[in-house]
Design a binder for this molecule. Structure first.
Ligand code: SAH
Length: 232
């Protein structure tokens, strides 16, 4: 469904919704899509019920229905795509419709920070060991990648973002630009530019995407740019 704004959903995704016999998704996303869903049959449930939703989708599809499973951003990026495919295990065909992911939606809001190599890292340790997450931060810091953090912090999970900053300060200038985009392309959107040293002074939660520049990234006229390297 893209990040939220109706006009950032792909035409293909919209057509899929219109052609569906049944739409299954997380409550909040179903609400955001209300105008496109109309009175079609819907099953929605809360956060952390992903496996249940995917199982239900596969069950309903096996019974012959054309089921659409809603995922925010791109369904194949920390989304429902892989889960549905694993559970379907070839029993019903599954098509993944790509979408505008939070990284590119947030990047466009702040300028053009992803003009060079970048790494996307989720700081959620619900399904990934924290040591793996930290090792990847270390590798991306060492590799001078622009880094995009998904699931950066929650009310109970504040430690990983603090550690991420510390790791990256070993490799990058404290004044490296950092963008924090909350609710990109949704109601309540907030875009903030800060630096690696000051990033924790900004409110960071699960509704935010964090973009940390590489050694070449800079702010120009209020926009964050990572130069590709053209001679200008
Ligand atoms: N499949 C989604 C990502 C799901 S993981 C996608 O491709 O965008 C959930 C995380 O994505 C959030 O914690 C946040 O870091 C990021 N995110 C998703 N939508 C966002 C939005 N509209 N604005 C800012 N960040 C967003």
């Amino acid at each position: 469904m893209g990040p939220g704004a109706g006009d950032l959903m792909t035409v293909r995704a919209l057509e899929a919704l219109q052609g569906a016999d049944l739409i299954i998704g997380y409550k909040r996303y179903i609400e955001l899509l209300a105008e496109f869903i109309g009175d079609k049959p819907v099953i929605s449930s809360g956060m952390r019920h992903e496996v249940e939703r995917a199982q239900m989708a596969v069950r309903e599809a096996r019974s012959g229905k054309l089921v659409v499973v809603v995922s925010s951003g791109d369904a194949g990026i920390y989304g429902m795509g892989g889960l549905v495919m694993e559970l379907a295990a070839g029993s019903v065909p599954v098509e993944l419709i790509p979408g505008v992911t939070a990284a590119t939606a947030a990047a466009a809001k702040v300028g053009a920070p992803l003009m060079h190599d970048f790494a996307v890292i989720s700081l959620s340790d619900l399904l990934t060991p924290i040591d793996t997450i930290m090792a990847r931060l270390e590798a991306a810091g060492w590799g001078d990648y622009v880094i995009i953090l998904y699931n950066p912090a929650s009310s109970t999970r504040t430690e990983p973002i603090r550690r991420a900053r510390e790791i990256l300060l070993q490799y990058r200038d404290p004044l490296t630009p950092v963008a924090i985009v909350r609710n990109a392309e949704r109601e309540g959107e907030v875009v903030q530019l800060t630096t690696l040293q000051d990033m924790l002074t900004v409110k960071i939660d699960m509704l935010c995407t964090v973009i940390i520049g590489n050694s070449q990234s800079r702010i120009e006229h209020g926009q964050m740019i990572t130069p590709r390297g053209y001679q200008l």
